[in-house]
Design a protein around this ligand. Structure first.
Ligand SMILES: [Zn+2]
Ligand SMILES: [Zn+2]
Length: 289
């Protein structure tokens, strides 16, 4: 296992915090995760869930034991940092600040957010609005923490699906060194970035690094896609079972340029194939590099 880790990226999955936040670590360890992503609250509700001090202590203790040192908090789904509606925008910024404030409490370095939707307004408005949210959030951030912007699939509203949108936000953020990028393979593919071949993947990542800077990319979400290239369908599929196919994931496991990144599965949980199986497949690729 140690040898494998030395030759490829660390791989893990999104895990539930149901019943108690520290149980996410147990679930990660049980699924052989080497890194982790969590929600700290129900993703489709607005209410805050207080973190219980005992559970926080257990979370930190178990994280250390499992060597999960770069866990990411994914923002819940309801906040919209690009919303033109002032009430919704203010509620969204409040959630962003709450999640940012949990990073030092839980000893985790990342909060991941989507770029939201500006509804009927344009990209210029959207970039300004998200940058405003981030600038306000950054007043609450501590050292060694980062907010990661995740590329999304934008079906109806053309926002959040292009690397240029992330670049536009970054150019408006005051303390840019606190902002990084999380690249979701399924979102990129269904938005039209053809990463199904190793050449295609490397080109897209070259392009991304060219636009936002080489040090910005911090993490990958590794999901295959139920929707075809450019379909705008945001449905994740098990590794190698979707339209992206295995070549992309083999390249991610084997090319030394990707070695330093934590990679998180967000693949379906409800059927025969689980995180354990996807991780096993990825480890096969990784061990043959
Ligand atoms: Zn996401
Ligand atoms: Zn994702």
């Amino acid at each position: 296992m140690i040898e494998e880790k030395e030759i490829g990226p660390r791989i893990g999955a999104h895990k539930s915090i149901a019943k108690s936040i520290d149980l996410a670590i147990d679930r990660g360890v049980h699924s052989t995760c080497e890194c982790l992503q969590i929600f700290t609250r129900p993703p489709r509700r607005w209410n805050t869930v207080e973190l219980k001090p005992n559970a926080v202590q257990e979370f930190i203790k178990k994280s250390n034991a499992a060597n999960y040192y770069d866990t990411a908090i994914h923002m819940p789904y309801l906040p919209n940092l690009a919303s033109p509606d002032d009430t919704l925008f203010e509620k969204s910024v409040k959630v962003l600040i709450e999640e940012i404030e949990k990073m030092p409490i839980l000893h985790v370095p990342y909060v991941i957010t989507h770029l939201g939707s500006p509804k009927d307004l344009d990209e210029v408005f959207a970039a300004k609005r998200v940058a405003e949210a981030l600038n306000r959030g950054l007043n609450h951030i501590k050292k060694s923490s980062m907010i990661l912007l995740e590329n999304s699939t934008a079906k109806r509203k053309k926002w959040g699906n292009e690397i240029e949108h992330i670049e536009a936000i970054l150019s408006l953020v005051e303390e840019e060194h606190f902002i990084g990028v999380c690249f979701d393979t399924a979102h990129a593919f269904s938005s039209g970035y053809d990463i199904s071949t190793s050449e295609g993947l490397n080109e897209v990542i070259d392009n991304l690094e060219g636009l936002v800077g080489k040090n910005k990319l911090q993490m990958f979400h590794i999901n295959d896609s139920k929707g075809p290239l450019g379909s705008g369908i945001d449905h994740h599929e098990h590794i190698g079972k979707g339209y992206i196919g295995i070549e992309c994931f083999r390249e991610l496991m084997q090319n030394p340029r990707f070695k330093k990144f934590p990679m998180i599965l967000e693949t379906p949980k409800s059927d025969q194939i689980g995180d354990i199986n996807n991780l096993e497949l990825l480890r096969k690729f990784r061990s043959r590099s």
